[in-house]
Design a protein around this ligand. Structure first.
Ligand SMILES: Cc1cc2nc3c(=O)[nH]c(=O)nc-3n(C[C@H](O)[C@H](O)[C@H](O)COP(=O)(O)OP(=O)(O)OC[C@H]3O[C@@H](n4cnc5c(N)ncnc54)[C@H](O)[C@@H]3O)c2cc1C
Length: 384
């Protein structure tokens, strides 16, 4: 039986980032993914300040990433007032294709620790706190830590919970796509129009990520929507989204998801640790899922190489409150986005117009400050 220090199931955003963190140490790692290559399907992603801070701990300089767009402002509004609230990012946000982020992470990693087309078939915790695994190629491995980074439908989480995860539905359905040949001025938009919500995030100099959310449709109907339906719905989003709708045709790759989340799950006193969407699947309404997956990888990477006696408990103590808060805020942001009574909508737009920019900026900084404080605490309490 082969022995390694750490097995990571999942080479997505969280798994690749953790692999990169641990490759800086002397620990032996095995990272498995059921996909046969880094085919990196997906649309776009918004990386805000905390994601960029996390990437800097992975030695990734956001300025060096070629296929990414600087987001100068994030605008929130209605069809009539698309920029009711115009928030400057001070240059600290990027949009990029999801594939671009995965390739950037992969580029930083020594391939010898990556095992594509491989999953865990079964595993058991031994009395000496190690874990014995059998892979689906019948290979047997023993490790000290098993990390679940296998995404929203994590098999390992289900094994641990002993039942299927109870997802919370938002009643909202989302379509996402990348479109080329777009003039975007480096500004991102989210437009609220009752049951519909329209988003656009620049991902390269002439490319944008578009999303459409419908809160007033049942799941069966949502799943049958084709590109013509999506194009027609986008045309209801005003001038900008009619312009973007013109870029869509039968060749556009449109991804469809129900928007759901699930309670944060981080077992303490265990040799198995969950990170990213495996631990806390959250709705995408705050654009924080990938950022939090990167944060988890950085924090856990430091804890596993520190003198912590119990990295699993310490990870739980540091992360559970923050991830739960973001998950609940993200869910609430989605619900508020679809308030449908017209006077409430008008009051919301007025509220957005009147909110002092300084307060919003401060709130945004709080997300990053909290992560910075966790990094400082780790250096102070575990690494010195
Ligand atoms: C509609 C939508 C829009 C989003 N927009 C944003 C955004 O703008 N900004 C943002 O920060 N986040 C966004 N997110 C969230 C973000 O995509 C996720 O939070 C992020 O991908 C989580 O990373 P992860 O590594 O935990 O999981 P994933 O990226 O899903 O990776 C999981 C990996 O595990 C592998 N795997 C799964 N099961 C197994 C198995 N049994 N064996 C081996 N391997 C396995 C998969 O192949 C995959 O490679 C969005 C999500 C959605 C649904």
């Amino acid at each position: 039986m082969q022995s390694v220090d750490i097995v990571i199931q999942g080479a997505g955003i969280a798994g690749l980032a953790l692999t990169k963190m641990l490759q800086k140490t002397t620990m032996s790692i095995m990272t498995l993914d059921q996909r046969h290559t880094l085919d990196a399907a997906g649309a776009g992603i918004l990386l805000q300040e905390n994601a960029i801070l996390a990437l800097s701990h992975l030695d990734i300089d956001i300025h060096q990433i070629t296929h990414a767009a600087t987001i100068s402002h994030i605008n929130l509004g209605s069809v009539q007032h698309p920029d009711a609230m115009r928030l400057s990012t001070s240059g600290n946000a990027r949009g990029m294709p999801r594939a671009g982020l995965l390739h950037e992470l992969h580029k930083q990693i020594n391939d010898s620790d990556l095992y594509w087309g491989t999953s865990i078939k079964c595993w058991r915790q031994c009395s000496d706190k190690t874990i014995e695994l059998e892979l689906d190629n019948n290979r047997r491995v023993r490790c000290r830590w098993l990390i679940a980074a296998d995404g929203i439908h994590s098999r390992l989480r289900q094994d641990m919970q002993g039942k299927a995860t109870a997802f919370r539905s938002t009643g909202q359905y989302c379509w996402r796509m990348l479109v080329d040949d777009v003039e975007h001025n480096n500004e991102a938009y989210e437009i609220h129009a009752g049951a519909l919500r329209f988003g656009m995030i620049p991902t390269d100099s002439r490319q944008a990520y578009i999303y459409l959310v419908n809160a007033d449709i049942d799941g069966v109907l949502a799943a049958t929507q084709n590109w013509q339906h999506i194009k027609k719905s986008l045309q209801q989003g005003g001038k900008l989204f009619s312009y973007l709708a013109d870029k869509i045709d039968s060749s556009t790759n449109i991804l469809f998801h129900p928007l759901v989340d699930a309670p944060v799950y981080m077992p303490m006193e265990s040799s198995t640790i969950l990170i990213g969407d495996a631990a806390h699947p959250m709705t995408p309404n705050l654009g924080q899922g990938a950022a939090i997956a990167l944060e988890d990888a950085v924090i856990l990477g430091y804890l596993l190489q520190s003198h912590s006696n119990n990295p699993s408990n310490d990870f739980h103590k540091l992360r559970a409150k923050r991830t739960n808060k973001l998950m609940q805020s993200s869910f609430a942001a989605g619900a508020i986005a679809h308030w449908q009574t017209s006077w409430i909508q008008q009051a919301k737009i007025l509220g957005l117009q009147l909110t002092p920019r300084r307060i919003l900026k401060h709130k945004q900084r709080l997300f990053t400050d909290e992560f910075s404080q966790q990094l400082t605490a780790i250096k102070r309490d575990y690494l010195l």
